[in-house]
Structure formats: structure tokens, C-alpha cells
Design a binder for this molecule. Structure first.
Ligand code: PLP
Length: 397
């Protein structure tokens, strides 16, 4: 007989219970309760989406384009994305069979791993990594295997470090370059070494190029454009960062037709189609957004120079991030660990940054500061951080 003492079954699945809790969320919950905080925490442009893009979206709604689109997304948009990839990076995707619009790279990661992993498959990925990578691999039944990367190596992914971790169960390599959280980029030689490795071990590659447009000191190399790589690569890209369109939820996946078809099966059941209004906005972004992108990139570059220079000057060694919009200084000179540093900086000086260990064990001893905040806020945040670092030094002596 059931009694009130009867042991209840857990309400949630073991699979989801096993997912790591986001190391960032606790900070944001605290920040939400505080005044006068300058947040360098969230990886989001401070710019509003350019006006003509917003207007195109409003127009589409007024014209009554409020229905689902094809599961793959509107063909006009896929054609525009295909042209853009071909023109910029020299990689050619068939808009009809090799491209699909998704609700951001976030969804793209989910559908990619659901489509390619079987239980027990392992996925290599450089550590420090973007926080959503391990959970997406785990939700698809895979095992996430972090590959150490080091500041002395500019946080580049090195084949010798993968070689020690690859096993017969390794199915794929997941990379995001330019990198969140380190700002690292890979040049052609670095990527060619990786390509040789994945060919030798017959791996698939999931490459997150959401920050492709934000490469400040060199031309971005699209991994799929390397010789022989397109047929084993799932390329993820999107509009959130370069066009300041985080809230629109639009990205795309490009992959060999057979893999794309499998991803579409997952996408149609979890999403149906990417937001229609965002697809109209994205068509306009690709048509007329370049000037706005260039203005925003110029501004990020100016801010990047400011924060790197300021961190180094206050004694927090900061290697030069060449892409994305994050600085990843080493804070060990303060004698604090990264969590205590971030917590004290928040409470004592009201500057929010993210502890590096939130991005994996090789992020320890660093903090991530997003410089997509206004120049004035960055100057003030750097002044406050400098005061805090000086205080840590006095406490130690
Ligand atoms: N990939 C990386 C590396 C990111 O930093 C982010 C957002 O911070 C995303 C993906 C999410 O992109 P989207 O807005 O297209 O879902």
C-alpha cells in the first residue's frame, strides 16, 4: 500500500542530473541583486542590432511573414549564407542540401552531437572551453575529453596534447576559434596540423566559428576550407556576435548532405524551424550590414588594446587575445585563486568578471573579462580592478 512515507522516484533524469552546473550562473544571480556593478561577465555585444536590420524584421512582420519556414530555413537566406562563406573563406556549400538555419550556434551544438554520437563516443576539445560544450556532448550520450592548452602556447590546440588523449572511442574533435574564453586564434599552419591529426584518426570535426568575423590581427581561416576537411566537418556559425543579434536566436550549420539530413531530423523535432522574423533580419544583415560590422569591430579592437594594456600594467599578465571579445589575464600574482579573485572584485569594487576555472581546469588562475562594454565603463572597471590588485598586494606584504 502506498503511504505518504513512500519513497518518491526522482523527478529528474540521471542524464540531466549529471550535467555540470554552470560556474557562471551563481555570479550572475549575485550581480542581479547589486547596484552600480560594471559587468564584464556576459559575452554579449553592448551594441543594439543595426537599425536597418531591425527595420527589415518589422517590415516582415507587417507583411504577415509570421509562419514556419522550411525546416532548413528560407532558401534565400541559405543562399546568402552560402555566398558569404564562399566569398570570405573560399568554402562552397550547396544551399539546398548542405546548409540549415538553426536557433543559434547553441542549438547547432545540440543537433550536431545528437546526430553524430553513439553512447560511449568520446569528443576531444581544447580546455579552457566554452561552457556549453561538455553538456551538449553529454546530453547526446558522449564523453567530453578536455585537451590541455597553455598560455605559453597562446592557448592554441596542439596535436601532441591530443595524441595522448585520443582512443579508439574518439569520434570527434570540437573546437571554437577564435576562442571563448581565451581569445586565442589558430593560424593556417596550426590548423593544418590539426587536419592531419583528424585525417589520421578518422575523426569528425565540429567547429564553432561564431567569432569568425572577430579576428583582429590576421585573416580568419575557416577549418572546412582546408584540403579534405569539408567532408568531415560540421561548421557552426551565426549572427549573434558580429551583427549584435544575440536575442534574435539565429545561426546556421553547414555539413556534408548526409550529416545535415541527420541534423535536420533532430532540428525538426526540437525546433521545427529557426525564428522566421530573425531569418528576415539575417537576410538584411548579410545584404547591408557590413559597414556596421566594421564599425563595431573597430571599436572592439580599440577596447581590446585598452584592457590588455591595463591588465599588464597593473601586473596581471595578459597574453594578447587576437580574436573574439575576451581578455584572459593570469591573476596568480595577487596570491588569490580565480574564484576568490572574482568574488572579492565583485563585492569590494563592483566589477563582474568570470573565474577561469568555470571554463575548465586549464582556465584556473585566470579570469575572463569581456570587453564588449562601453569604453567609459571599461576605463572605470580597469581603475577599480587596479585599486583592488594594489590592495591584494599590500595585504600580502
Ligand atoms: N559559441 C560560443 C563560443 C559562444 O561564446 C557563444 C555565446 O556566447 C555561443 C556559441 C552561442 O551562440 P548563439 O547566440 O549563436 O547561440
Amino acid at each position: 500500500m502506498m503511504t505518504s512515507e513512500h519513497v518518491r522516484r526522482p523527478l529528474t533524469s540521471k542524464r540531466v542530473d549529471a550535467l555540470p552546473a554552470s560556474g557562471i550562473r551563481r555570479f550572475f544571480d549575485i550581480i542581479a541583486t547589486m547596484d552600480d556593478v560594471i559587468s564584464l561577465g556576459v559575452g554579449e555585444p553592448d551594441f543594439v542590432t543595426p537599425e536597418q536590420i531591425r527595420e527589415a524584421a518589422v517590415r516582415s512582420i507587417k507583411q504577415g511573414h509570421t509562419k514556419y519556414t522550411s525546416n532548413f530555413g528560407m532558401i534565400q537566406l541559405r543562399e546568402a549564407i552560402s555566398r558569404d562563406l564562399s566569398r570570405r573563406y573560399g568554402v562552397v556549400y550547396d544551399p539546398a542540401t548542405e546548409l540549415m538555419c538553426v536557433a543559434g550556434v547553441s542549438e547547432g551544438l545540440g543537433v550536431a552531437f545528437q546526430a553524430i554520437l553513439d553512447p560511449g563516443d568520446e569528443v576531444l576539445s581544447p580546455d579552457p572551453y566554452y561552457v556549453a560544450y561538455p553538456p551538449n556532448v553529454m546530453m547526446a550520450g558522449g564523453t567530453f575529453v578536455g585537451v590541455p592548452t597553455f598560455e605559453r602556447d597562446e592557448f592554441k590546440l596542439r596535436v601532441e596534447n591530443m595524441e595522448q588523449l585520443v582512443t579508439p572511442n574518439t569520434r570527434a574533435l570540437l573546437m571554437g576559434f577564435p576562442s571563448n574564453p581565451t581569445g586565442a586564434v589558430m593560424d593556417r599552419t596550426d590548423l593544418e596540423a590539426v587536419a592531419e591529426f583528424v585525417r589520421r584518426h578518422d575523426l569528425l570535426v565540429v567547429i564553432d566559428e561564431i567569432y569568425a568575423r572577430m579576428s583582429y590581427s590576421q585573416q580568419h581561416i575557416c577549418f572546412a576550407a582546408l584540403q579534405g576537411m569539408k567532408e568531415r566537418t560540421i561548421l557552426l556559425g551565426g549572427f549573434s556576435k558580429a551583427y549584435a543579434m544575440t536575442g534574435w536566436r539565429l545561426g546556421y550549420v553547414a555539413a556534408p548532405a548526409e550529416v545535415l539530413e541527420a541534423m535536420m531530423k533532430v532540428h525538426q523535432y526540437v525546433m521545427m524551424s529557426a525564428p522566421t522574423v530573425a531569418q528576415y533580419a539575417a537576410i538584411e544583415a548579410l545584404r547591408s550590414g557590413e559597414e556596421d560590422v566594421q564599425i563595431m569591430l573597430g571599436e572592439y579592437d580599440r577596447r581590446r588594446k585598452l584592457v590588455v594594456e591595463r591588465f599588464n600594467r597593473m601586473g596581471l599578465h595578459c597574453f594578447e587575445p587576437r580574436g573574439a571579445f575576451y581578455a584572459f589575464p593570469d591573476i596568480t600574482a595577487t596570491g588569490l585563486d580565480d574564484e576568490s579573485f572574482a568574488e572579492r572584485l565583485l563585492f569590494e569594487e563592483r566589477v563582474a568578471v568570470v573565474p577561469g576555472s568555470a571554463f575548465g581546469q586549464f582556465g584556473r588562475g585566470h579570469i575572463r573579462a569581456c570587453y564588449a562594454a562601453s569604453y567609459g565603463d571599461l576605463v572605470e572597471a580597469m581603475d577599480r580592478t587596479e585599486r583592488f590588485v594594489a590592495r591584494c598586494r599590500t595585504e600580502r606584504s
